[in-house]
Design a protein around this ligand. Sequence first.
Ligand SMILES: Nc1ccn([C@@H]2O[C@H](COP(=O)(O)OP(=O)(O)OP(=O)(O)O)[C@@H](O)[C@H]2O)c(=O)n1
Ligand SMILES: C[C@](O)(CO)[C@H](O)COP(=O)(O)O
Length: 400
Amino acid sequence: MFQRVAALVVAGGRGERAGPHADGPKQFRRIGGVAVLLRTLRLFAAHPRISDLILVGHAADRERIFDLLAGTDLSERVDLVDGGPSRQASVANGLQAMERRAPDAVLIHDAVRPFVDAALIDRVIAAIEPSAGALPVVAVADTLKAGKDGLVVRTVDRAGLYAAQTPQGFPFSPILEAHLKAARSGGEAFTDDASIAEWAGLPVRLVEGDPSNVKLTTARDIALADRQISQSKEAQLPIDVRTGNGYDVHRLVEGDHVTLCGVRIRHDQSLSGHSDADVGFHALTDALLATCGAGDIGDHFPPSDPQWRGAASHIFLSHAKAVVEAKGGRIMNADVSLICEAPKIAPHREAMCAEIGRLLGLERDRVSVKATTNETIGFVGRREGIAAIATASVAFGEDR
Ligand SMILES: Nc1ccn([C@@H]2O[C@H](COP(=O)(O)OP(=O)(O)OP(=O)(O)O)[C@@H](O)[C@H]2O)c(=O)n1
Ligand SMILES: C[C@](O)(CO)[C@H](O)COP(=O)(O)O
């Protein structure tokens, strides 16, 4: 039995056949509310036999991937490697990056096969041998035709023909060697790793695949997968709605404006702080992080870190949104109370609500900004500072 079995998940493609989408290439599209890539990574991360998890992503998607993994256990678990111009090149990059970890065996999997399950991973691992790979397949069920210029040329005997799936499993050194040899020979035409093994003379065992383990190739595949999850048992589980609160205060000093809930307001004082001192956004950021036990704003953006000096606080709020969403949460509403003697908030309230709605993707009736004075009592009453209290609700479990 192999001691260390690593997983290499390739997500460096552009998903051209699926077409463009605001979320990015198909591996970032959501099915059942969760990004395809996140679903796939979670399955490998949760499997007890997987020792190492390497993700290959397109260089242009680095930020998107970091945002997706931020705040999840995966950010510690996954190593990100840049992909290449073809799937073959992406796998080769991943295998080379994995070499220093010296795994005994490796499973190579398409990020866009999010329906892989633990039983299939077990079957593939069990079939890998020191000198043979393992390939999950499903027998071809349709009658097969060869065609040319719109005409049938002949009917192909389907006996012994299989559709290849992933994860494909191999002893590590032989598949690395095979990939390096293929790269040296200049060929970029291999669409899977079993064909590289075959070309290099490494035998590959057939393993029972899983018809549900489809590859999401077109926009229709993605829509079907989304519908399938929405109708599945996981979608029937109760939704878990959580509430978080946040509080912040900043000192008022000499100045000419304050920024509150993303809106710059002329004033005869300014708020002092390491960032732009937007107490409203800071309190709301904490409220969002609190819904998933993700610490507070200071954990994510330490005041000791010079890069956040003077930073616009929408960065913190958008980050909190990404953390919540990476954990499978959907923000339901956001409510901020500003506590100050001046400036007057009412004239700016709509602009503040619009900014929160824009940043968190919330409709107007899910956002609230309120204000109160402190009746001239205490530090707020003496105009020494402005405070904010925020509450947010997030629904989790929609992705199960
Ligand atoms: N240069 C590439 C091309 C593909 N892949 C990955 O290989 C898997 C299977 O490839 P495919 O379905 O062909 O994905 P795309 O290349 O993204 O799709 P298309 O051919 O439609 O652009 C996907 O997880 C894809 O992200 C990769 O890592 N690097
Ligand atoms: C690796 C693979 O998913 C096995 O079916 C497939 O070969 C990917 O190939 P594509 O040609 O890029 O769709």
